[in-house]
Design a protein around this ligand. Structure first.
Ligand code: NAP
Length: 331
């Protein structure tokens, strides 16, 4: 089968596209015909070694897929050949990735794709949406009626944070550039602030007079000095981006508010946590409430080039969907 894979860690140049033996499912696995995969920032971290995780070479890259069940292992219940499915946790922790014509997925990491949902939309949003779910609810302990700030609310993870927080009944203040204000509002933001405005922090404080319950910044700037200043008593800052950032923490102000700073990375999510997120994501997908700002569809052979463009910062929150040559659309 054709696959995008690496034989060593390194720059995007180590990504090869070519033939690998087709994988076989174990007793608790499902073999999936891949209709589409995508490229996340974390795929570049795994490829380069910035995020260290067990992997075997040749290593098929990519985390997410949509596709159809080709075959199930003997112990698998609940999946049948031809069924449309998705997964967002391949390509790390010893599992081969999704950038291939066929992929083996442990059955407890595979979820049904709801009827009528466009597979390209699904593959574009499942990783950002699971990140948003776990960041907001599992780690940020967000409740209905609370106020959330999503810095970078028009990006992939940002848009999902806005949509999920609004869906859960929170009041969302997003930051974005003015051209994206409408996109953020359409996803459910009550207020949108220009992140380039000199008075953005005054505007955020004015929009949250009782303080911010959950603050998260998808740009990775992590200006904790100012973010702590916006927090309500018992406010939570969920740090989920900015692997090289070294912010200054106003410790006294934080502890005197009973505040907390919580780090979270989806790569450490438990199988049950991912499944809980998947249930909610399927509800929102079926309701048309999750959508990428812009999508570009390319062949799987372009994986190396997409990694290069992502690392140069050229994707501008555009989601790239990669399709194996001849993949049947998972309709
Ligand atoms: N912790 C986890 O488990 C996890 C999971 C997934 C992703 N991530 C991380 O999350 C980050 C975002 O990923 P993504 O795919 O959502 O990227 P993305 O789509 O490029 O989103 C980044 C957003 O940040 C915005 N931004 C840029 N400068 C800003 C500023 N000064 N203030 C506020 N916002 C600003 C961008 O706005 P413009 O569009 O206007 O440029 C863009 O919308 C990455 O660092 C990724 O590694 C973490």
């Amino acid at each position: 089968m054709h696959a995008a894979f690496i034989e060593q860690l390194g720059s995007p140049d180590v990504i090869r596209y070519g033939e690998l033996p087709a994988p076989r499912p174990g007793p608790s696995d499902v073999l999936v015909d891949v209709a589409a995969t995508t490229v996340n920032p974390v795929d570049t971290f795994v490829r380069s070694g910035v995020f260290r995780t067990p992997l075997d070479f040749p290593f098929v890259i990519s985390r997410d897929l949509v596709g159809t069940v080709a075959e199930t292992g003997g112990d698998v219940r609940g999946f049948a050949p031809g069924q449309r499915v998705w997964c967002n946790s391949l390509g790390h922790g010893g599992r081969q990735g999704a950038a291939a014509e066929r992929a083996v997925v442990p059955a407890d990491r595979l979820y049904p794709l709801p009827d009528g949902v466009d597979p390209r939309t699904a593959v574009a949003v499942v990783h950002p949406a699971a990140t948003a779910y776990l960041g907001l609810f599992t780690h940020g302990r967000l409740r209905a009626g609370e106020t959330v700030v999503v810095a970078g609310g028009a990006g992939n993870v940002g848009g999902a944070l806005v949509a999920l927080a609004a869906w859960a009944g929170a009041r969302v203040i997003a930051t974005a550039r003015p051209a994206d204000f409408e996109h953020c509002r359409a996803l459910g933001a009550a207020e949108v602030v220009d992140y380039r405005a000199e008075d953005q922090w005054e505007r955020i404080r004015a929009a949250a007079p009782d303080g911010v319950d959950v603050y998260t910044d998808t740009s990775g700037r992590n200006d904790l000095e100012r973010a702590v200043g916006t927090l309500a008593v018992r406010g939570r800052i969920v740090v989920l981006a900015g692997s090289a950032s070294r912010p200054t923490l106003p410790a006294g102000e934080l502890y005197m508010k009973d505040g907390s700073v919580i780090g979270f990375v989806i790569s450490r999510a438990r199988v049950a946590e991912l499944a809980e997120a998947a249930d909610v994501i399927n509800t929102l997908l079926a309701g048309g409430l999750l959508r990428p700002r812009a999508t570009e569809v390319l062949p799987l052979a372009a994986a190396g080039e997409v990694h290069r463009r992502m690392e140069r910062g050229e994707l501008n929150a555009r989601r790239v969907v990669l399709q194996p040559a001849g993949a049947a659309p998972a309709r």
